[in-house]
Design a protein around this ligand. Sequence first.
Ligand SMILES: [Zn+2]
Ligand SMILES: [Zn+2]
Length: 421
Amino acid sequence: MKYAAPRGTKDILPNETPLWQWVEAACREVFELYNYKEIRTPVFEATELFSRSIGTSTDIVKKEMYTFPDRKGRSLTLRPEETAPVVRACLENNLISPDNLVKLYYFGPMFRYERPQAGRQRQFHQAGVEAFGSADPLLDAEVIQMSVKLFEKLGLKDLEVDINSVGCPKCQPKFREAIKKYFTQNITKMCADCQERLEQNPLRILDCKEPVCQKYIEKAPAASDYLDPECKDNFEQVLKSLESLKVRYRVNDRLVRGLDYYTMTTFEVVSKQLGAQNAVCGGGRYDDLVAELGGKPTPAMGFAVGLERVIEIIRQLKIENRQLKIGIELFVATIGEEARKVGFDLITKARENGISSDIDYLGKSLKAQMKAADRMNAKYVYIIGEDEIVKRSAALKNMKTAEQKEVGFDGLIAEIRKGVK
Ligand SMILES: [Zn+2]
Ligand SMILES: [Zn+2]
């Protein structure tokens, strides 16, 4: 019997995790620079949380959720996204109050039952932020700027923000009506998904990537024509704030987000370094979600980043990450049983001093140990045989430069510290 990872899931192997850790550290650093704090929620929630928030007419809720009854028959769902769980956690723990701006970030696996294809997995990972409690356009601009800063930090270039406003609950229905009316004329010539969307979620037709639908989408009414004066004014202020923060943006009135709960500002960060599918993250406002899930009306804004995609982009663009932690600092190669004991004492002392180190456990020859050290990406190898034990001194080899230097047992740690700096 051979086991395999479930379809649509992937192991992230030790040769890949340094890059993941580096990306996660960059996220953490940027988010905390803007005073966002980490929140961790369970990977499963009551099913209703998602059907209520994401919308029963979305593909996610209709076809893509991992939903199952637990042993007591309660319907649970593996989280397909993290905004609703964060809102739920905030309400349950009373984090949201009128005089408090709550800024949170998260990391973690999400689950959607999709057809696995390049860049699409059933278990995938996201990082994201959510800010609750302010409708200030400057907060929109801050969140957007932060997302751009994150991708700059990760080494992406030619970044631009695609931005739109989809209006508030007062004006969005008019736009929705206009969209519905417009597409009704040609809907039979459009793709099956769009035909389904027309009744339940017409805005999502604007998101369709099917070539057959594009010529109709191009001429569709624009959200900007239906914004009421307040929404129009708000959008202008967001754009002005972006200008003052020197964030490059492009108003894209085709931009709507896939989920039902978005209001007002929606945005994507795109990089011109990438081809047609050039968006690297997306987000926006969702001012009604907190009330929808049982809280007091609370304006909110956030974005999420797909980490698999970011990792893939970094690999494709061969962005060099000097900070990647691969390998160890010291490998002690030994010849004979006595040398192994001495070597083991030395790596113990090295570890106590914060120097990552290792030794052979397989009884390998010196040549094989050198090879192993090379595979481990050891920075230094210290080679101990019988003579070395007597003189309490041995050759320290720098694996990069191949230089060798005689170093006493007692001076080893100081010597490595010098080199590591
Ligand atoms: Zn409005
Ligand atoms: Zn379509």
